[in-house]
Design a protein around this ligand. Structure first.
Ligand code: NDP
Length: 437
């Protein structure tokens, strides 16, 4: 039975998970009897609402907002908010579904959700973004809370947006509680949340490389896509681990850095992308040894590692073929579902180490889980404590993936299957234990 056939990203994500978990369900009578799979394919609920706000010229705009509350089998619904013109219900359903397995893999008490709107914050003034965020939260606030549903940032939702959203939440709820994560430090945030997803992806990649090949990242070339939160901090961690970051990209195109990025160059790019909300096309004017290719993608570059960190389906089968021809040896998904099914099939049929997003980019939500613990305990965490905990969690996520039977015929490890099965079993066991709810 095909439900919501137009929601192609959701179908793509489901297909990928089913391939791994159907044999597990067949081997466990209790999962089959409790109909765990059909229950997991249907979100607990989806809230959809209208968001009306006024721009600086006094013109009124109407947008759609959503919150997909996928499952609270393991804890409060948890997952980010996206603000991007391409956001729709199918995309958010796919992201909430993926989030279910990712959050389970962290080992923390986190359910799964995702939300957002088709509003585009790009080019809007701070006051306009504030008015939009306030209008969005006016609709959303009654469905969230520290023990029910805890949204966070994601594409288009950074510290500025979280500040406005959380400010409005406090105003409406009449209380301070940890109903959102990704907050600024002065608002109850935790150190390192901004860096956590990118750092975590590199930590996962380095564990996988050590486990499969007994190698380190040092001296190898990494092609990174994106220039947002995940990409920038993946690049920073790669530089710290002495890898050569040879590309970044954004919605305008590709930045080539053939000699590799150094910390000063990284800071110059961070300033352009984060402080000035600019474009990578501005970089060559301030950074020698870089070249901007309008509308280019990083996947034609000769590299050892690919870190797709921009958005879903940004690396297709043709890109995978080019990467393989150019000698790529490991692909780490920093973004959610950045590789198409055709690309994943190519990587899994090769000797490449393929680290799926639900495991590799779980560092962000894990640190969000720590922020929830910090807020509930009303006791601020230090950067050292958070960093240590993130490192432990990424090691544990890696180990959970390889605990499952994941050996490939070529002697490698099928991390995709490992992540799907380990995440699924944790959620399925809790669903069975909770009865028919
Ligand atoms: P940001 O909005 O900070 O950055 C996204 C980057 O990707 C930007 O540089 C953007 O370009 C670029 N981009 C977006 N869409 C396209 C496109 N269609 N083509 C080319 N470039 C594009 O988002 P995040 O870094 O937070 O998120 C990136 C990915 O990681 C998403 O898939 C997200 O769901 C996932 N993720 C994020 C987590 C987090 O903690 N932030 C946690 C786990 C997963 P431009 O700069 O021009 O806008």
């Amino acid at each position: 039975r095909s439900v919501d056939p137009h929601q192609s990203e959701f179908h793509q994500a489901v297909k990928e998970v089913l391939e791994s978990v159907v044999p597990v369900v067949h081997a466990h009578d209790e999962y089959r009897r409790a109909k765990v799979l059909p229950r997991l394919l249907e979100p607990d609920r989806i809230v959809r609402f209208r968001v009306t706000w006024e721009d600086d010229e006094g013109e009124v705009h109407v947008h759609r907002g959503w919150r997909v509350q996928h499952t609270n089998a393991l804890g409060p619904y948890k997952g980010g908010l996206q603000l991007h013109p391409t956001v729709n219900e199918g995309v958010l359903k796919f992201l909430a579904f993926e989030q279910t397995f990712k959050n389970a893999l962290t080992g923390l008490p986190l359910g799964a959700g995702k939300g957002g709107s088709d509003f585009d914050p790009k080019g809007r003034s701070d006051r306009e973004v504030m008015r939009f965020c306030q209008a969005f939260m006016t609709q959303l606030w009654r469905y969230i809370g520290a023990d029910t549903d805890v949204p966070a940032g994601d594409i288009g939702v950074g510290a500025r947006e979280i500040g406005y959203l959380f400010g409005q939440y406090k105003r409406l709820a009449g209380q301070w509680s940890g109903a959102m994560t990704g907050k600024a430090m002065g608002m109850g945030g935790i150190p390192m949340r901004t860096e956590a997803t990118g750092y975590g992806a590199v930590l996962f990649g380095s564990h996988a490389l050590k486990h499969v090949r007994d190698e380190t990242l040092a001296g190898k070339r990494a092609a990174v896509s994106g220039a947002g939160n995940v990409a920038l901090y993946a690049a920073e961690k790669l530089i710290a681990r002495e890898a050569k970051v040879i590309t970044l990209s954004d919605s305008d195109g590709l930045l080539r850095i053939p000699g590799g990025l150094d910390p000063a160059g990284w800071e110059a790019i961070r300033e352009i992308k984060v402080d000035r909300r600019g474009s990578l096309s501005d970089v060559p004017a301030v950074l020698d040894g870089t070249e901007f290719v309008p509308e280019g993608k990083p996947w034609g570059e000769a590299c050892d590692f690919a870190f797709p960190c921009a958005t879903q389906n940004e690396l297709d089968e043709g890109d995978a073929k080019a990467l393989l021809e150019n000698g790529v040896r490991m692909v780490v998904e920093g973004a959610n579902m950045p590789c198409t099914q055709g690309a994943i099939a190519r990587f899994r049929d090769s000797e490449v180490i393929f680290a799926p997003g639900k495991a590799a980019n779980a560092g962000g939500v894990a640190v969000s889980g720590l922020e929830m613990a910090q807020n509930a305990g009303k006791n601020p965490w230090s950067r050292e404590r958070t960093e240590e905990e993130l490192e432990t969690i990424m090691q544990e996520i890696h180990d959970r993936c390889v605990e499952e039977p994941t050996a490939k015929t070529d002697g490698g490890v099928d991390y995709l299957r490992g992540a799907n099965v380990a995440g699924f079993r944790r959620v399925a066991d809790s669903m069975v234990a909770s009865g028919l709810v």
